[in-house]
Design a protein around this ligand. Structure first.
Ligand code: C2E
Ligand code: MG
Ligand code: MG
Ligand code: MG
Length: 288
């Protein structure tokens, strides 16, 4: 009967929730071990100038080389890292690793372009985020403008004064701030106006159908126009074919990122990719 069914539903629901909680707890333990056993690595996805197609940036993307499950993507573990508080440790590892990579290349005379680091909202609850970022930059002798942090609109929802102060401080040291996945969250013109961000990344969902959608083209053109008026660079992410690339090049986007340009690369490949790009010399074209 209905009542029994209801109870069953409830029971199944609880068991599902239990399963999820247990899976999360297991993953959390594995994450802890993974941190101490150095199972994380970064891949770097090139970003190019929309007009010249020269490399102008890289985005660092975390990977987990799981001993049994193979290389895992962030979607498979970032949420649990966030919820368990481990994201602070993991995030600091990412920051340190990026700075070390830039320095290691500089030591070999290779000038990597600026590197973007994703920072989850949870990491802003760590009061030391800014200090640790600046300390890593300084310890590796890096020009702060070589580093950008990517934040999402989610961080800005409750208009938190401390978050704002941290962002101002980060920016005042010359580190770049990008708003990632723009257009998918709670976009508010107020924060676009007030934030110290200097770059806006238009989310892939607006790019993926651009060649079929006049509406998406209008949205992208308008976002680019607004961002430029506010003094920000505009990056289009998730560009997957030449038709999209061509449309974005005429739509006012400054920079392009996507599989059509380059897949995320293992750190070992960066040497080959940027070998010709000596410190303080003009960079090579992405097409050359
Ligand atoms: P995101 O910051 O928006 O990064 C871009 C994602 O889009 C990456 O996925 C990248 O591989 C993927 N992508 C790039 N070009 C294309 C394309 O042309 N087509 C398609 N379909 N996808 C493309 P990935 O590496 O799986 O990362 C997913 C998300 O995980 C990132 O989204 C970011 O929010 C988060 N994440 C990655 N690394 C870190 C990290 O070190 N720390 C934190 N807190 N979050 C990270
Ligand atoms: Mg990003
Ligand atoms: Mg993004
Ligand atoms: Mg995204």
């Amino acid at each position: 009967d209905a009542k029994a069914n209801g109870r069953n539903c409830h029971r199944f629901f609880s068991e599902d929730m239990n399963d999820i909680a247990q899976a999360d707890a297991a993953l959390e333990n594995e994450l802890r071990d993974a941190l101490s056993e150095n199972q994380f690595s970064l891949e770097y996805q090139p970003i190019v100038d929309a007009q010249t197609l020269e490399y102008v940036g890289l985005e660092a993307l975390i990977r987990w080389d799981h001993p049994i499950r193979g290389r895992l993507l962030p979607i498979q573990f970032i949420r649990v890292a966030d919820d368990s508080g481990l994201m602070d440790l993991l995030g600091n590892w990412v920051i340190g690793e990026v700075c070390r990579e830039i320095k290691a290349h500089a030591d070999e005379g290779i000038d990597l372009p600026r590197v973007a680091i994703n920072v989850s909202p949870r990491q802003f609850q760590n009061h030391n985020l800014c200090d640790e970022l600046l300390a890593s930059i300084e310890a590796n002798g890096i020009d702060p403008s070589k580093i950008t942090i990517e934040i999402t609109e989610e961080l800005l929802i409750d208009n938190n004064d401390e978050v704002r102060a941290t962002l101002d401080r980060i920016r005042s040291h010359g580190v770049g701030i990008s708003i990632d996945d723009f257009g998918t969250g709670y976009s508010s013109l107020q924060y676009l106006r007030d934030l110290p961000a200097n770059c806006l990344k238009i989310d892939r969902t607006f790019i993926s159908r651009i060649e079929h959608s006049a509406a998406d083209r209008a949205i992208i053109g308008t976002i680019a126009h607004l961002a430029h008026a506010l003094g920000m660079r505009v990056v289009a992410e998730g560009v997957e074919n030449d038709a999209q690339l061509d449309l974005l090049r005429i739509s006012g986007c400054d920079e392009i990122q996507g599989f059509q340009i380059a897949r995320p690369q293992r750190a070992e490949n960066l040497r080959k990719l940027f070998d010709g790009r000596k410190v303080d010399q003009p960079s090579r074209s992405a097409e050359g």
